[in-house]
Ligand binder design. Structure first.
Ligand SMILES: *Cc1c(COP(=O)(O)O)cnc(C)c1O
Length: 498
């Protein structure tokens, strides 16, 4: 079946191919690309036990990226999911303190975005070849911490690409910042923004859609593309591990074939959990998708009250990748729960832009029954880290702890007997200070590396190689700017500021 893509905001339903959608990232009308129809998972679920991660990835992704040849897609997958992941399973499940965790942090930057971003550059350069594109691809990204590093790790020194990453100076952990500032690759550029993630993201969107700038860019042999989680090249690789988790639960005997399960997902931009929604629509038996937020609980209110209101204080928390007030990928969910109504979707997104708030109607709310939403405060997040450690001597990171806490409270409140998988999105070594404090270890140091050592001693969890080498790598990216100067910075970096 040939799957084409349309914009969530286009009432005429114009289509592009998968490779074109990957190259464009965002649709020109500001909407997000969605498949014209969602493909079904064709194999029996019992096959999931037998497939390797790569085989499963091929099976799922060929259905979405249907204009890629078998050889093209397999090449991309083989480059992405090899020795750069320290677990041969890529996304293994483990059990701690009575919970099942799906570990998505065994890639080069020890956080879940590696799973999509190790693949995306290969999808993009393949897509460029397929579309006879001569221009250099310029990746422009705003990051709340993990995306930027993971994107650079994927794109570094990939021929025909450049990557510019903006991150909020006060919104990432010291380890995350160090990871970004030490990034190698002649084609990588990191810029600190004096503002929060939404300042950075709003300006990246503006620059991306600036017609004048795009013209100058094209005259100079460049074109923008997005590595943000709105890109379909980011979204669908994340569908794979939902199926893969199911296969692992089958093979450990935790569930029977066909039994429905829950996933609790620590949510920020709504990409990860949306991939779970696609997995369900493809046929994976998912009972509830649990949307777990931190104190920035705009999504909790949306699911429980039907109102999305970004007019609220922004908090910097211990789970910075979830410190988000505008969850971009939610637009795709709006599209589906409105019955694929692009006029309604565009209206709601326009409301969000002009007023910062929108309300969905009852028919849309009724389609949210497969979701459950709640949040964890900073204190509850810390308590969950302590609880899991007390039972199992294992440290979980704050993002994972948010999802773990919400999963626990969901089980208590609902007595739902379905197996619940907590999606574990980062290694605790990315956030040593918060984890140590949660474990009542009173270390305090200005150096994240002292903290990492302390956490290593305390928990006996093996230290990832990428963390070990961080202390000795030189800082390569000194740029810092105010949000208003982001556009100028882009033209400077590309040498088109004459
Ligand atoms: C990005 C990220 C999240 C949030 O995922 P979304 O797809 O943005 O909802 C959660 N945890 C970690 C560690 C992340 O990097």
């Amino acid at each position: 079946m040939n799957v084409l893509y349309r914009s969530t905001r286009d009432k005429n339903g114009q289509t592009v191919t998968a490779s074109q959608a990957i190259l464009q990232g965002l649709s020109p009308d500001g909407g997000l690309y969605v498949p014209v129809s969602i493909p079904k998972f064709e194999l029996p679920l019992s096959d999931l036990e037998k497939l390797s991660y790569r085989e499963l990835a091929y099976h799922i992704l060929q259905a979405f990226y249907s204009d890629f040849s078998e050889q093209e897609l397999k090449n991309c997958i083989n480059k992405a999911y090899g020795p750069n992941f320290t677990s041969p399973k890529v996304a293994p499940i483990t059990s701690h303190a009575g919970n099942t965790y799906l570990e998505l942090f065994h890639g080069p930057t020890i956080a879940f975005k590696d799973i999509a971003l190790q693949l995306l550059p290969h999808l993009m350069t393949t897509a460029a070849r397929k579309n006879n594109l001569q221009d250099d691809i310029v990746i422009l990204t705003a990051t709340s911490g993990d995306t930027g590093k993971a994107a650079m790790a994927g794109f570094a020194d990939v021929p025909g690409t450049k990557i510019i990453v903006f991150y909020p100076k006060d919104g990432v952990s010291p380890v995350q910042e160090k990871q970004m500032l030490t990034q190698k690759g002649e084609n990588t550029f990191v810029v600190g923004v004096e503002g929060n993630f939404d300042d950075a993201q709003t300006n990246v969107k503006k620059i991306f859609n600036d017609p004048e700038l795009n013209k100058v860019l094209n005259q100079n042999g460049f074109r923008f593309s997005s590595a943000n989680s709105i890109n379909i090249g980011r979204l669908f690789p994340q569908v794979v591990y939902y199926f893969y988790a199911y296969g692992q639960l089958l093979s450990t005997g935790k569930i029977k074939n066909g039994e429905a399960i829950n996933f609790s997902v620590p949510t920020g931009n709504f990409g990860n959990i949306l991939a779970g929604y696609f997995a369900q629509k493809m046929g994976l038996p998912i009972n509830k998708l649990i949307c777990a937020s931190n104190r920035n609980n705009v999504l909790t209110d949306f699911f429980n009250e039907g109102v999305y209101d970004k007019n609220r204080p922004f908090y910097v928390t211990s789970s910075p990748s979830m410190d988000i007030l505008v969850s971009s990928n939610l637009e795709r969910l709006l599209f589906y729960i409105s019955g694929e109504d692009s006029i309604k979707t565009k209206f709601l997104m326009d409301e969000l832009t002009s007023k910062g708030i929108y309300k969905i109607d009852d028919s849309m709310r009724a389609k949210l029954a497969d979701f459950y939403a709640a949040y964890a405060t900073e204190e509850q997040t810390g308590q969950e880290i302590a609880r899991v450690f007390a039972e199992d001597q294992v440290a979980i990171d704050p993002h994972t702890a948010v999802a773990s806490y919400v999963a626990e409270s969901y089980k208590k409140n609902t007595a739902d007997p379905h197996e619940t998988v907590v999606v574990s999105t980062a290694s605790p070594y990315k956030f040593p200070q918060f984890v140590l404090t949660a474990l009542h270890a009173n270390y305090s140091s200005d150096s994240p590396f002292t903290m990492i050592d302390a956490l290593h001693t305390k928990t006996d969890t093996p230290l990832p190689q990428t963390i070990k080498e961080l202390a000795t790598l030189p800082l390569r990216h000194p740029r810092e700017v105010k949000p208003a100067l982001m556009k100028t910075t882009v033209t400077e970096i590309l040498g088109i500021d004459k």
